[in-house]
Unconditional design. Structure first.
Length: 323
């Protein structure tokens, strides 16, 4: 199925030119000033900050980042934050790998620092209304599926399922709906199914309003696929290689703790986002953290994007990896 065009991506493409110009200025300034930073600005989406929060609290940032002030800057999506990273307004950014891959393909100089999480059971799943009559992936033909973003892992994962089940992907439409609204939209009959994350999926199923249709982890191409990573700009990576290495090491230590202790993850979710303890527990149980994730795993994302026409030319994750 052809990759669907969308205005926000065209806007990101327009931002490339400005960001590249600003990035060149930042690169020149960065090369002139290579002393260890006194503070770092980390752009995050949703709960993307919790690994950084934990690393800072535990003193895991050492070497060039020992004692630095960490400022967290929230963004609605990775796509909106990427130009700020390249312009030098951010030092690091937590972004889904699909948005990052699209930006790199459009000429933005992003470098892969550290993978964070991957698809596991119930992390990304497609649900359908209990009374909607959809019982299989094939039943989605000729109908509409809600996703949180068209140019996203959600869209990509549904495409994989449609192909693997032999469904006519070209007959399936997609519409953007925010996660908290997905269940209500299904109940109205506006969409046949929704790709949803936790805790919203569990809440919809527990209420009886929805039932699971399929899980991304059911499919070999999606199981264990990286979801999001920390990126930096080429300018910062070249000017501050020791700081980048220290950030990578600190995040990996935090991810090791978080992978081993789900209660810790739940506590961090409560502190960072004000989640209820119940919702935080569901979130903690669904996320598969991956310390020291190799660039070869991120390559799986880029290859899948190419396969489904999200990219026009291949991307090489090893080439952009600095962590």
């Amino acid at each position: 199925m052809p990759f669907p065009p969308r205005t926000p991506i065209r806007a990101l493409a327009r931002a490339v030119t400005a960001a590249l110009a600003l990035g060149a200025t930042a690169a020149a300034a960065g090369c002139a000033q290579a002393e260890a930073p006194e503070s770092i600005r980390v752009g995050v989406v949703a709960l993307g900050q919790i690994a950084v929060d934990h690393a800072a609290a535990e003193g895991y940032f050492e070497g060039a980042l020992a004692g630095v002030e960490v400022e967290i800057v929230q963004y609605p999506s990775g796509a909106t934050a990427i130009p700020a990273l390249v312009a030098g307004d951010l030092d690091f950014l937590y972004s889904n790998d699909v948005s990052a891959g699209l930006a790199i393909s459009q000429g933005l100089d992003l470098r892969l620092v550290a993978g964070v999480d991957a698809i596991g059971p119930e992390y990304h799943q497609v649900i359908t209304a209990s009374s909607g009559g959809v019982q299989s992936v094939a039943d989605l033909e000729g109908r509409t599926v809600a996703v949180n973003a068209l140019h996203s892992l959600a869209w990509l994962g549904v495409q994989v399922a449609l192909r693997e089940e032999g469904a006519d992907a070209g007959s399936v439409s997609f519409t953007e709906v925010e996660f908290p609204e997905m269940s209500a939209v299904m109940q109205r009959g506006d969409v046949a199914a929704a790709e949803i994350s936790q805790p919203w999926g569990e809440e919809a199923i527990a209420s009886g309003e929805a039932v699971p249709l399929f899980d991304f982890a059911d499919y070999e191409q999606l199981d264990g696929l990286p979801v999001a990573s920390y990126y930096t700009s080429g300018a910062f990576a070249e000017a501050q290689p020791e700081a980048v290495a220290a950030f990578d090491a600190g995040v990996d230590l935090a991810l090791e703790d978080m992978r081993a202790d789900r209660d810790l993850v739940a506590d961090l979710a409560v502190q960072a986002a004000g989640s209820t303890p119940e919702a935080a527990a569901v979130i903690a149980d669904s996320i598969l953290f991956v310390p020291e994730q190799p660039a070869a795993e991120t390559q799986r994302v880029y290859d899948l994007m190419l396969e489904f026409d999200m990219l026009e030319t291949p991307l090489d994750a090893e080439r952009i990896a600095v962590g």
